[in-house]
Design a protein around this ligand. Structure first.
Ligand code: HAM
Length: 424
């Protein structure tokens, strides 16, 4: 128990951190280019925020939230996603007074008590963006374009974009009647949750993971076929905007998303390697959410991307990802007399930007060289009595075996440092 992480959580070990940092760097860089600024929000919020925001008829709120009372008896929940917290922060910090659109991105952990399987965890990582204050489909297309650019820069292939529209509350009210007519004769076949959802929020039934509910809803009328004219126009213009960006998509009338806040555009990027965890990323428009959480009516649009799933699909496609690089230099003191000088030199080089390792375990010179190989040091320098007396050292390239002589002063000087820093 003590030596086992809780089910559904996992460590990201130093051996894999290079991959994570690579995707984080690329995502942040892509967001910067598209004009998104980073926001960091708390790990937990008042439970009510998620009940109102994500929706209290969703699986996430009904079954998957980590909810607990704090010592003062407030009900708090670990965030099951990023949007609700960002919306709360947008309102609380008066971001409505900033020039619109307000474009934010985040990289965060989220928590859901789910059935654990490959690509489905209880603590997982999401990248996401949220844009506030732009109602037109241009921002929807720009956000999808951001994802396409991110995937391209990563080398991710074989993902399909699926889009749909679930309309506004007006078309949804009309559609709920049509859906109830369809579902009523099938009600007995639905799970207990869905029978409860029938009156409160029948759209949720279309998103139920239970096999019998999926079967019962397979032929249900689609909301996309019942949009009012403004929502239809919004969707048609989104399609035009995607086409002019040369972004391929398919229309999937079955996408309703598992969160209640969506209006109009919804979309998912799905890996072509079919499997239950194929959805790498999902998002859409939420024009009523800011108001529902206590702010002024403000349109919004964004997505959340599962980082574990992204890495899983990059691996499945054999896309090479960087591993942790070894140090630029291993500095080996030969004999105890050289240790203080080696430590001093290492400190100086590190302060100038070179990554340096030196001996901390009292190893022999031979063992140090073995160690330098194991940690992937790119170069080695031996520092012994001779080197200290002559003031000259030999820099050995570990890949080629080539050696280059340099003065000790020179080693700490800019030319040699520059060479170390730019070396492949
Ligand atoms: P979501 O579809 O619930 O949307 O989650 C987004 C992505 O997070 C999923 O496509 C999936 O890759 C990943 N994900 C979800 N649950 C898990 C899990 N248990 N384990 C691993 N990965 C998971 C949202 O969260 C919305 N906030 C997205 C959004 C932002 N819509 C508008 N703005």
């Amino acid at each position: 128990m003590l030596t086992r992480a809780p089910k559904g959580t996992r460590d990201i070990l130093p051996a894999e951190i290079g991959r994570w940092q690579h995707v984080e760097r690329l995502f942040a860089e892509t967001c910067r280019r598209f004009g998104y600024a980073e926001i960091r929000v708390p790990t937990f919020e008042h439970t009510e925020l998620f009940q109102r925001g994500v929706g209290d008829t969703t699986d996430i709120v009904q079954k998957e939230m980590y909810t607990f009372p704090d010592k003062a008896g407030r009900s708090l929940s670990l965030r099951p996603e990023g949007t609700a917290g960002v919306v709360r922060s947008y309102i609380e910090n008066g971001m409505a007074s900033l020039p619109a659109p307000v474009k934010l991105f985040y990289m965060l952990t989220a928590f859901r008590y789910e059935n654990v399987q490959k690509g489905r965890y209880r603590e997982f990582h999401q990248f996401g963006v949220e844009a506030f204050g732009a109602a037109g489909p241009e921002v929807d297309a720009e956000i999808i374009g951001l994802l396409a650019a991110f995937f391209r820069s990563l080398g991710l292939r074989q993902t399909s974009l699926r889009i749909n529209s679930i309309g506004c509350p007006d078309c949804r009210t009309a559609y709920h009647g049509i859906l109830r007519d369809y579902l009523e004769p099938r009600l007995e076949g639905l799970c207990r949750d869905c029978r409860n959802r029938f009156d409160r929020n029948p759209l949720r039934i279309l998103d139920c993971k239970e096999e019998r509910c999926r079967l019962a809803t397979a032929g249900a009328p689609a909301l996309l076929d019942h949009l009012d004219p403004p929502c239809r126009d919004h969707f048609d213009r989104l399609r035009d905007a995607l086409s002019s960006l040369d972004i391929a998509y398919t229309i999937d009338k079955g996408i309703v998303r598992g969160l209640d806040y969506y209006t109009r555009t919804v979309f998912e990027f799905v890996s072509d390697h079919v499997g239950t965890q194929g959805t790498i990323c999902g998002g859409g428009r939420y024009d009523g959410l800011v108001e529902a959480c206590g702010g002024a009516p403000t349109p919004g649009m964004g997505f959340g991307l599962g980082v574990e799933r992204l890495l899983m699909h990059l691996d499945a496609q054999g896309v090479p990802l960087p591993v942790n690089p070894g140090p630029d230099l291993y500095l080996a003191p030969a004999g105890d007399g050289a240790r203080p000088a080696a430590a001093r030199l290492a400190q100086g080089l590190r302060e100038r930007g070179v990554s340096v390792e030196t001996d901390l375990c009292g190893r022999s010179l031979k063992a140090q060289m073995k160690y330098a190989g194991k940690i992937g040091a790119r170069r080695t320098v031996v520092l012994g009595d001779d080197e200290l007396a002559s003031g000259r050292v030999r820099i050995r390239d570990m890949a080629t075996g080539a050696e280059e002589e340099a003065g000790l002063d020179e080693l700490a000087g800019s030319d040699v440092l520059a060479a170390l820093l730019v070396a492949p």
